[in-house]
Design a protein. Structure first.
Length: 274
């Protein structure tokens, strides 16, 4: 296992039990990083599709260990700074350092009204803020720099959504993540800590690939009288989690050592059509 690009590094990944977070954790582990994996692993009432369960987080543990890397996995709520801090501390107690943060935890309550607005802002925006704030003291004190990647969305760079408050909240939160990135990139540059976002178009994860999201898209078609232009420019209907994980792995590597303050679309040309 010698010579892996992230050997000796430690990465915190939120929303790591399945989908995009799992792909990020496994890819960073394959590159040699030890992983601190955090996920809520319980339902949020406004979210109409099933969220991850403890068994999903256990599967992430197995997949990371299969790469030969180590992992500490804990249930934790990014909305609650104390809960998140306790999960991170468990990893710090085991590994002793933190070099990489992937703030991935997110929900998409696209048909959930006012409750969806509140919950999506709490998870997708405040949760990202809490994640970065939890990581900063250790990363700064180490004095060895680092990389923070915030997972935003194409909906963080364009006005994508429906009239539902949960859908509007999703776009607002993902735009807010880009704003957080730009501020933190300036605040942390003096410490050689880089901060960027990745802004994907649709990715084949349980957050998107579920009956409730399909019903939401069908409703948009019914209301508009024609299908919304949700297609990518390149001839691919949906991206795979590994496509985003590859971009994460590059951004946190030394190959991207002077890249900070960037909102990086990994979207098969979707945003270029807007």
């Amino acid at each position: 296992m010698m010579g892996r690009a992230l050997e000796g590094k430690v990465a915190l990944v939120t929303g790591a039990a399945r989908g995009q977070g799992r792909a990020d954790a496994v890819r960073l582990a394959a590159d040699g990083a030890s992983v601190i994996a955090v996920d809520l692993c319980r339902q949020i009432a406004s979210v109409p599709y099933p969220l991850a369960a403890p068994d999903d987080l256990a599967e992430t543990v197995k997949l990371v260990e299969d790469t030969g890397s180590r992992i500490v996995a804990r249930q934790g709520d990014v909305r609650d700074a104390a809960s998140l801090g306790a999960a991170l501390q468990a990893g710090l107690d085991e590994f002793g350092r933190l070099d990489i943060v992937v703030a991935n935890a997110g929900i998409a309550p696209m048909q959930s009204g006012a409750d969806g607005w509140r919950d999506v802002i709490d998870v997708n925006l405040t949760g990202v803020f809490n994640t970065v704030e939890a990581a900063i003291p250790t990363m700064v004190a180490q004095g060895t720099g680092g990389s923070i990647v915030l997972i935003s969305s194409a909906a963080g760079l364009a006005g994508i959504g429906s009239r539902d408050a949960g859908s509007i909240g999703y776009a607002a939160a993902k735009h807010g993540v880009v704003g957080l990135m730009r501020v933190y990139a300036n605040l942390l540059a003096q410490h050689n800590i880089r901060v960027n976002t990745i802004n994907p178009s649709g990715v084949d994860t349980p957050m998107i690939n579920n009956e409730h999201t399909r019903q939401w898209l069908a409703r948009l078609v019914a209301e508009s009288g024609s299908p919304p232009d949700m297609g990518n420019a390149l001839p691919v209907q949906v991206l795979q989690p590994d496509d985003i994980a590859n971009a994460v792995a590059w951004l946190v590597s030394d190959q991207a050592r002077y890249i900070t303050g960037v909102a990086l679309p990994v979207d098969a040309g979707y945003l270029n059509k807007k």
